[in-house]
Design a protein around this ligand. Structure first.
Ligand code: KG4
Ligand code: ZN
Length: 351
C-alpha cells in the first residue's frame, strides 16, 4: 500500500474548525458485509449483515460471498449513515479492508469505497483486516500498554503478535495448518452441527463435561509456540467413527465440550508461555473465537492465577465488523495517511 503523508483536504478543514473527523468504515473480507461510522474515536453505528446462505454448504462459498456483498453493500452503508445521523457530505474519509480475505469479496468493498471517495472528493485508506481485529481489543482499553501480546484467533488466522506499538509488530506464533476457528467449524460439521461452528459448539457444550474425552492438546515439533489444529479434528473424527448416531446424540454435550476445551487449552497454553518467557503481562485476544464464553471464562482463571492481564473486545466487536476497520482508519486518516486509487485487494496480506 502506498501511503502519502500529504495533509488531507478535509482533515485541514477540520483542524481549522476544530471539529472531530467522521470516518466511514467498510468490511467485506469474508461473509459479513458491514459498514460503520466513527466520530471522534467513537463508534456511532456498526451495521453487520451476516450472510446466512453459506450455512447450507457448511462453509463459506467464495463466489456466493462476493454476490451477497454486491447485493447488500449499498444498504449497509446507507443504514450506518442513518443510524448515526450522518449525511454523506459530513464524511471526511473512508476506511476499507483490502486484505487479508477472499479476493472477490474484498474487491466489492474496496471498489465501493473507491467509488465513494471519487464521488465525494474525500480520501480513502486501505486497512489490514488483522490490524482491525487488533484495534477491536485496544480501542476501549486505556490499560493496555506497549509492548503487549495480541492473540488474533479467527476463522482464517491463529497468530500471536508482540505489539511494540501500532504499526510495529513481531510474529511470535502461527498455525501450521488450520486456524482455531476452522477447527471449531470443521468439528461442528463432523458432529452434524451448523455453520459457523464456533457458536454451535459453544451452545451444545452447555452442561457438558469438558473432561469426558481427553482430546490431545497438539504441539508442533521443533517449534516453541506454533499451533496445529488439524490433528485435533482427526482425533474427533476417529472418536466418533465407531459410535452409532444414537450414542453421538446422547453424548453430544460432552463430546462438544471436550473438543472445545482442547482448543481453548491449546490457545491459553501458548498465551501463558509467551507471556512468561517474553515477560509481557498485558495480553489482548481478538477475532471471532474471542467471542467464546468458555474461552473468556478460562482466560479469567488464567489471569487470576498468574500475573497476566487478558483483555477481550466487546462481544459485537469480536466477529468481523466494520467498526474495528473504521477505528483503525480513523487513526491513520487523523495522521494524514491515505491510499492511492491504484490500491489492490491482497488476499494474503500479513500484519
Ligand atoms: O473473525 P471472524 O468473524 O472471521 C474471520 O476473520 O475469520 O471469525 C469467524 C470464526 C469462525 O470460525 C467461527 O466459528 C468462530 O470465529 N467463532 C467462534 C464463536 N463465534 C465465532 N468460535 C468459538 N466460539 C464462538 N462463540
Ligand atoms: Zn476476521
Amino acid at each position: 500500500m502506498k501511503m502519502n503523508h500529504q495533509k488531507l483536504r478535509m482533515h485541514q478543514r477540520n483542524n481549522t474548525t476544530n471539529t472531530a473527523l467522521i470516518v466511514l468504515g467498510i468490511e467485506s473480507s469474508c461473509d459479513e458485509t458491514s459498514a460503520s461510522i466513527v466520530k471522534d474515536h467513537k463508534i456511532l453505528s456498526n451495521i453487520i449483515f451476516s450472510q446466512e446462505i453459506h450455512s447450507q454448504y457448511g462453509g463459506v462459498v467464495p463466489e456466493l460471498a462476493s454476490r451477497e456483498h454486491q447485493k447488500n453493500i449499498a444498504y449497509v452503508v446507507k443504514k450506518s449513515l442513518e443510524k448515526s445521523n450522518t449525511q454523506l457530505k459530513d464524511l471526511d474519509g473512508i476506511a476499507v479492508t483490502y486484505g487479508a480475505g477472499l479476493k472477490g469479496a474484498l474487491l466489492v468493498g474496496l471498489n465501493f469505497a473507491k467509488g465513494m471517495s471519487i464521488a465525494l472528493g474525500i480520501p480513502f485508506i486501505g486497512i489490514n483486516h488483522l490490524e482491525g481485529h487488533l484495534y477491536s481489543s485496544i480501542m476501549d482499553n486505556n490499560k493496555l500498554q506497549f509492548p503487549f501480546i495480541s492473540l488474533i484467533v479467527s476463522g482464517g488466522h491463529t497468530q500471536i503478535w508482540k505489539v511494540n506499538k501500532i504499526g510495529k509488530y513481531e510474529l511470535l506464533a502461527n498455525t501450521v495448518d488450520d486456524a482455531a476457528g476452522e477447527a471449531f467449524d470443521k468439528g461442528a460439521r463432523l458432529l452434524g452441527l451448523g455453520y459457523p461452528g464456533g457458536p454451535e459448539i459453544q451452545k451444545i457444550s452447555r452442561g457438558g463435561d469438558p473432561s469426558h474425552i481427553n482430546f490431545p492438546r497438539p504441539v508442533v515439533k521443533k517449534s516453541k509456540y506454533d499451533f496445529s489444529f488439524s490433528g485435533l479434528k482427526t482425533a474427533l473424527l476417529y472418536r466418533i467413527k465407531d459410535m452409532d448416531n444414537n450414542t453421538i446424540k446422547q453424548n453430544i454435550h460432552h463430546i462438544a465440550a471436550s473438543y472445545q476445551e482442547a482448543i481453548i487449552d491449546t490457545l491459553l497454553d501458548r498465551v501463558e508461555r509467551i507471556s512468561h518467557n517474553e515477560k509481557i503481562s498485558q495480553v489482548s485476544i481478538a477475532g471471532g473465537v474471542a467471542a467464546n464464553k468458555r474461552f473468556r471464562e478460562k482466560s479469567k482463571i488464567l489471569s487470576s492465577n498468574n500475573d497476566i492481564s487478558i483483555h477481550f473486545p466487546d462481544l459485537n466487536l469480536c466477529t468481523d465488523n466494520a467498526g474495528m476497520i473504521a477505528m483503525a482508519g480513523y487513526e491513520k486518516i487523523n495522521n494524514g495517511l491515505y491510499s492511492e486509487l491504484s490500491l489492490e485487494a491482497n488476499p494474503n496480506l500479513s500484519l
